[in-house]
Design a protein around this ligand. Structure first.
Ligand code: R1P
Ligand code: MN
Ligand code: MN
Length: 418
């Protein structure tokens, strides 16, 4: 059996990318700025205290990768022994969004430009909204602006419940987001509205429509639920997930992964919401007995780093979530065999100390272990696609068009007795 486990820590950047300035992100550093706030005692909140404690990620090479990315050690950190291979990778894709990051991780960078709704107010073309209102028989829409999703439901949620008008908004990402109350508007109705929007958005080259259902009685109690759904366009060419799936391998997608790849190349989808449930689902997938000739990729997206802490600019919340993730790693590491390949990575940055509420253009960490990899630096990777290319080598698939493998192909094949 060949088994790879890929954990995507959504938004966990490790320092500004060489082209960060183009995005207004020169100097952004998700890990570095969180560590700095913790070291200064500025992230002592809701029960967490003091310097950032990530002993397991540190042993896999996280801080070493961060130092190679930024040229400086993270604040309050002692660089200790490592037993993993580590790297920092830059993004080739034109955008710093979730689909671009994930597709590039899977060997398919996005070289074209997405469409964006750039105006901060009256963001959407009137003809698009008119068509949506008519097709879905809506009384109108609210919002029509750039917004943070939690702020806009607090501001417009009550009016939405009273009027039946869904809230439409966007961000610096290539997205059309629709927020609506699960009970008063209805979850199924929201999902079908998103499908209509997905169709109407075809001429605009928009990456994702996102359903943002929420519950609660009033502005003070409104809360988004785990029923979020992303409607992504399909990747421009087959990712390593599709290649493995087409070659008879099994691709187990946990959390948002299937949505992000528009359900292309997915053998099985496991939904889970919240990091504890996502980790539990990952461990359960690792515990499943599989036939000896099975090739299996388990891929999990940990979205709360981004959605609950990064976009909300919640530094201590992000730090606590990292520490909780780190505490769960030993349970995963003890399930790994020497032949398994583990990759812990991210899809972009979302520095919680940065201005605004958007993503930041950063290097991502690549923490790889197993599959005959020696501990130590794998240097600066020119594209996230090196991960996809390495997965292709590991599974003995035909090479991807992009990316350079950090796994020795021959060794991977020998090990499998191929
Ligand atoms: O503010 P919320 O609704 O969480 O939106 C965030 O999530 C979306 C997808 O990453 C982006 O558009 C970003 O702005
Ligand atoms: Mn993301
Ligand atoms: Mn995001």
């Amino acid at each position: 059996m060949s088994r790879a486990i890929v954990l995507v820590m959504d938004s966990f950047g490790i320092g500004a990318a060489p082209d960060a300035e183009r995005f207004g992100d020169a100097g952004a550093d998700t890990l570095g700025h969180i560590a700095e706030a913790c070291a200064r005692g500025q992230a002592d909140d809701r029960g967490r205290r003091g310097p950032l404690q990530l002993p397991n990620l540190a042993r896999l090479g996280l801080y070493h990768a961060h130092r190679e990315a930024t040229g400086a050690s993270a604040a309050g950190i002692q660089l200790g022994e490592i037993d993993g291979a580590y790297a920092h990778a830059m993004e080739v894709s034109s955008g710093k969004d979730t689909p671009s990051g994930h597709w590039e991780i899977a060997g398919v960078p996005v070289r074209f430009d997405w469409g964006y709704f750039e105006d901060r107010e009256q963001s959407f073309p009137p003809q698009l909204l008119e068509a949506l209102i008519e097709e879905a028989a809506l009384p109108g829409v609210l919002g029509n602006c750039h917004a943070s999703g939690t702020e806009i439901i607090a501001r417009l949620g009550e009016e939405h419940c009273a009027s039946g008008k869904p809230i439409v908004y966007t961000s610096a990402d290539s997205v059309f987001q629709i927020a609506a109350h699960e009970d008063s508007f209805g979850l199924e109705r929201l999902l079908s509205l998103c499908e209509t929007a997905r169709r109407l958005l075809e001429p605009y080259n928009i990456g994702r429509v996102i359903a943002r259902p929420f519950v609660g009685d009033d502005a003070a109690s409104f809360q988004r639920t785990g029923n979020r759904r992303d409607y992504s366009v399909e990747p421009p060419s087959p990712t390593v997930l599709s290649k493995l799936h087409d070659a008879g391998g099994e691709v187990v997608a946990i959390g948002k992964i299937a949505d992000i790849y528009a359900h292309c190349g997915i053998s099985r989808l496991i939904k889970a919401s919240g990091h504890d449930a996502l980790m539990a689902a990952t461990l359960a997938a690792m515990d499943e007995p599989v036939a000896s000739d099975t090739q299996r990729l388990i891929m999990t997206n940990f979205v709360d780093f981004d959605m609950v802490y990064g976009h909300r600019r919640d530094v201590s919340g992000y730090a606590a979530a990292l520490e909780a993730f780190d505490r769960q790693l030993p349970a995963l590491l003890e399930r790994l065999t020497d032949d398994d390949l583990l990759v812990i990575t991210a899809d972009h940055g979302c520095d919680p100390t940065w201005q605004g509420s958007d993503h930041t253009r950063e290097f991502i960490p690549v923490l790889a272990s197993g599959a005959g990899l020696a501990a130590g630096s794998l240097g600066r990777r020119q594209s996230f696609a090196d991960i996809g290319q390495s997965l292709a080598s590991y599974f003995g698939l035909a090479p991807m068009a992009d990316g350079e493998s950090f796994i020795e192909r021959k060794r991977a094949l020998d090990r499998r007795g191929a």
